[in-house]
Design a protein around this ligand. Structure first.
Ligand SMILES: [Zn+2]
Ligand SMILES: [Zn+2]
Ligand SMILES: [Zn+2]
Length: 150
């Protein structure tokens, strides 16, 4: 938590009660959340907060590297905590398609400015989807049961 608040301060941003509450919510849920998940989560714990305000705060937290944003296959916008932060260097994120668990991926072969297939790379967004250990285990456990039923 302190490390995450530190990232806010280092970017010259104030630690407001609302920003703190959003970070706490992400720590509690431990996965990726949609802006409306955050909205619902905040409503139950503190004073009313509009959805536009939630979007604004999420964008602020993204800009300082506390959160990162990604888009699901369904085109839904989600946010999750970045565990290592931008100061740990260039990295991307992998998201479990089943439970929303997030991991950092430091293995990236692109660097902006490099030539790629007759282009010069200006920016890149890499989004990785996977199945986390726990969900894969769960799936493997379910498989034989399904077979027994049929
Ligand atoms: Zn990260
Ligand atoms: Zn999972
Ligand atoms: Zn990269």
């Amino acid at each position: 938590m302190d490390d995450l608040l530190q990232r806010l301060r280092r970017s010259g941003l104030k630690v407001t009660p609302r920003r703190k509450a959003i970070i706490e919510l992400f720590l509690q849920r431990g996965g990726a959340l949609t802006p409306s998940d955050v909205y619902d989560g905040l409503r139950s714990r503190m004073e009313k907060c509009g959805l536009p305000g939630v979007y604004r705060n999420l964008d602020t937290l993204e800009s300082c590297g506390v959160l990162f944003r990604f888009v699901t296959f369904g085109g839904e916008r989600r946010y999750a905590l970045c565990s290592s932060g931008s100061e740990s260097g260039h990295h991307h994120h992998i998201v479990c398609t089943s439970c929303g668990k997030v991991g950092d991926v430091t293995d990236c072969h692109y660097c902006d400015g490099m030539p790629v297939e007759g282009f010069r790379l200006v920016s890149h967004i890499v989004q990785l989807h996977g199945l986390c250990e726990r969900c894969e285990e769960k799936e493997n456990r379910l498989k034989p049961k399904i077979r027994n039923k049929s």
